[in-house]
Structures are given as structure tokens and as C-alpha cells.
Design a protein around this ligand. Structure first.
Ligand code: BG6
Ligand code: MG
Length: 216
């Protein structure tokens, strides 16, 4: 029986993926890296800021010290934060708010399991912070998905066992993390049919058989 649903943020609840891409692209261009594309950006989904930076840097030919890498990641985050200025509830993906409300009505706990250190700001700006019982994000963890750490922290905060949790994800790294943590998974987003999740749907407004999922 599923007693808690743990949501990824970027690409599941909020359409921030394009903003991440644009901010990384801006940094790449400043570094003279022209080969960084939207295809590369797909590999940044779900993984931490520092792991995402490596995806950009491997398209160039320079090496950087850890200190320089930290500065580059901060620079990209500043571009991203500026882009988040205009974020509102209109940036919620289809079915996001409705699903959170439905779960609350059914007495199912809701958690966040996001790699993003900006998660609290994004939840606040899109008006869904109060719809979460517990939050686990990049500020709580040291390991990047596909390591299950961020989901295990969420389950622990919800006081649930992994078997009692369902993870909703749009990235392969996230689905793999859910499996590694012993949790059931629901895949959404452009790759929903190909990630090997237990359940899949185009988005949260698509038909999701919550009765079956929650009673499994
Ligand atoms: C994930 C995104 O949600 O958060 C990744 O899918 C991103 O692309 C990661 O790298 C970390 O985000 P932030 O906001 O801490 O830089
Ligand atoms: Mg995601």
C-alpha cells in the first residue's frame, strides 16, 4: 500500500528545464564552448548542479580546478535565479496542483525529492509549498541521482518505509534512483514510455489510475 508520493520538481511539477538549459548555454558560450546542445541538456536532467557542469565542460577542451568549477556553477546559478524572477503558478505543469490536492484529500502524504538547491524558492514562487508535507532537496543531500539518497531522505522525513512510497519522475537518473531505493515509480514527461518505470503517463493531467497505484 502506497502511503506517500514523492515528487521530483523540475520537469514533473514545474517547467524549469528550458531555463536550466538557457542558463547553462549562456555559461558555455562565455567559455567558448559552442558544441553544448539541447541533446546534451537531456543528460543534465535530474542530476546535481556540479554533475550538470561536467556535462558542459566535457564539450570543451580546457580543464578547471575545483575552485574554478565552483565559481562557474555559481555563475550559472545566478543566471538561472534571474530567470526564476518571473516564475509564477502559470509555470506549473498540467495536473501538478490538482494531483497534490487530490492526494491530500485521500490522506496520502506528499514529499519532494529534488536535486535542486533552488527547490524551496521555486515551490514558494509557484504557490505549492504548502501542499507538501516534507521536502528533500539538493540542500539535504551530497549524492546525485541515480543514487537514491534524496528519495530516502524524503521517505525518512515522512516517516515511511521505501516500500510505502511512490516516486514521480521525468528523468532516467530519477527512475533509476527510485528503483535503487526500493520505491515504486511513475514516469512522466517526454521519455515516459522508455524509462522502465512501474507506471507511466504523459503528464499528471493524463489518465493516471491512482486507485490501482495507491492500493498496490
Ligand atoms: C534538477 C534538474 O531538478 O536539479 C537538473 O533536473 C539540475 O537539471 C538539478 O542540475 C540541480 O539544480 P539547481 O537548481 O540546484 O542548480
Ligand atoms: Mg526532473
Amino acid at each position: 500500500m502506497i502511503r506517500g508520493v514523492i515528487f521530483d520538481l523540475d520537469g514533473v511539477l514545474v517547467s524549469t528545464d528550458e531555463l536550466h538549459y538557457l542558463a547553462w548555454k549562456q555559461l558555455a558560450e562565455e567559455l567558448g564552448i559552442t558544441a553544448f546542445t539541447k541533446e546534451d541538456n537531456k543528460r543534465q536532467r535530474g542530476v546535481s548542479r556540479m554533475a550538470s557542469l561536467e556535462v558542459v565542460l566535457e564539450k570543451g577542451d580546457k580543464t578547471y580546478t575545483d575552485e574554478e568549477k565552483a565559481e562557474l556553477a555559481t555563475r550559472k546559478n545566478n543566471y538561472y535565479l534571474k530567470m526564476l524572477d518571473t516564475l509564477t503558478e502559470n509555470d506549473l505543469l498540467p495536473g501538478a496542483r490538482e494531483t497534490l490536492l487530490m492526494l491530500h484529500e485521500r490522506g496520502v502524504l506528499t514529499g519532494l525529492g529534488s536535486a535542486s538547491k533552488n527547490a524551496p524558492v521555486i515551490l514558494e514562487k509557484t504557490g505549492i509549498l504548502s501542499l507538501f508535507d516534507k521536502i528533500s532537496c539538493g540542500l539535504d543531500t551530497t549524492k546525485s541521482k541515480p543514487d537514491p539518497e534524496v528519495f530516502l531522505v524524503a521517505a525518512k522525513k515522512l516517516e515511511l518505509s521505501p516500500e510505502e512510497c511512490l516516486v514521480v519522475e521525468d528523468s532516467q537518473a530519477g527512475i533509476d534512483a527510485a528503483k535503487a531505493g526500493g520505491m515504486k515509480s511513475l514516469a512522466v514527461g517526454p521519455l515516459y514510455q522508455t524509462m522502465g518505470a512501474d507506471y507511466c503517463a504523459k503528464d499528471l493531467a493524463d489518465h493516471v489510475d491512482w486507485d490501482t497505484i495507491l492500493n498496490a
